[in-house]
Write a protein that binds this ligand. Structure first.
Ligand SMILES: C[S@@+](CC[C@H](N)C(=O)[O-])C[C@H]1O[C@@H](n2cnc3c(N)ncnc32)[C@H](O)[C@@H]1O
Length: 229
């Protein structure tokens, strides 16, 4: 039988969760994410990053795309506090606006030419609401770019991916080892909470896209690129 979805808490709002998340070295992943976004939306002006976490993606995006202004939202105060620190350290406070808003109902009027999101869909019990909201705020011709983990078909596949991508290095001293162990547990829980690409495909059927590209883009991620009608 196919693995069933097991939900994670929606918002990551403890200082430990935010600190652990910020400590993961996702630089390569974030750079690839931004390169892939800019390949389909080469010169964004006003972007909405949904579930920004500690704002590392908006920072990487601003460094690559000179003309972009990013509104970066999250519901977790602890994430937003670290995001604020990261944005200030990067000297990008004038180009990245942080706000505590719900991905399902942001309250922004239509007016973005890009809405992007990395690794948030698996947090949301009913992800269609979030995807619909991302489409709603994007102007006609703009791009919705969403990437997330894909739920593997079996327990054995979950454990294989955890072994491959969340290894705890040998000889790490106790406090740091605990961070690795928590990150590993989080990765496993996130894989179990994720949607399959078929489930995403089913969800987006009624969204007003003029073109859609949805596919697996790594051994554990799907990516959706939709152009808004
Ligand atoms: C796994 S983190 C990803 C952070 C960031 N996108 C990245 O790739 O580094 C998911 C984030 O989504 C946020 N989140 C979950 N539900 C949300 C909601 N309804 N509205 C806004 N943010 C939400 C969590 O608080 C968390 O910061």
């Amino acid at each position: 039988m196919r693995l069933q979805r097991v939900l994670e808490p929606e918002v990551m709002d403890s200082e430990q969760e935010a600190g652990d998340y910020d400590a993961i070295d996702n630089r390569e992943v974030n750079e690839q994410f931004c390169a892939d976004v800019l390949a389909v939306a080469p010169a964004p002006r006003r972007a909405l990053d949904v579930g920004t976490g500690t704002a590392l993606i908006p920072i990487a995006l601003c460094r690559r795309a000179a003309g972009v202004h990013v509104v970066a939202i999250d519901m977790a105060d602890s994430m937003l506090a670290l995001a604020r620190r990261n944005v200030e350290r990067a000297g990008l406070a004038s180009r990245i606006e942080l706000a505590r808003r719900d991905a399902k109902d942001t309250g922004y009027p239509r007016g973005f030419d890009l809405a992007l999101s990395n690794s948030i869909v698996h947090h949301i019990p009913e992800p269609l609401e979030t995807l619909r909201e991302m489409v709603r705020v994007v102007e006609s011709g703009g791009v919705v770019f969403v990437r997330d983990l894909a739920r593997p078909p079996s327990d054995a596949d979950v454990l294989r991916l955890v072994e491959m991508h969340a290894e705890v290095p040998d000889g790490v001293p106790a406090p740091e080892r605990n961070v690795y162990l928590r990150q590993r547990a989080l990765f496993e829980a996130s894989l179990r909470a994720a949607l399959t690409v078929e489930e995403v495909n089913e969800l987006i059927r009624e969204l007003p896209f003029s073109s859609v590209d949805l596919r697996m883009t790594s051994d554990r991620h799907w990516t959706l690129v939709g152009r808004v009608r």
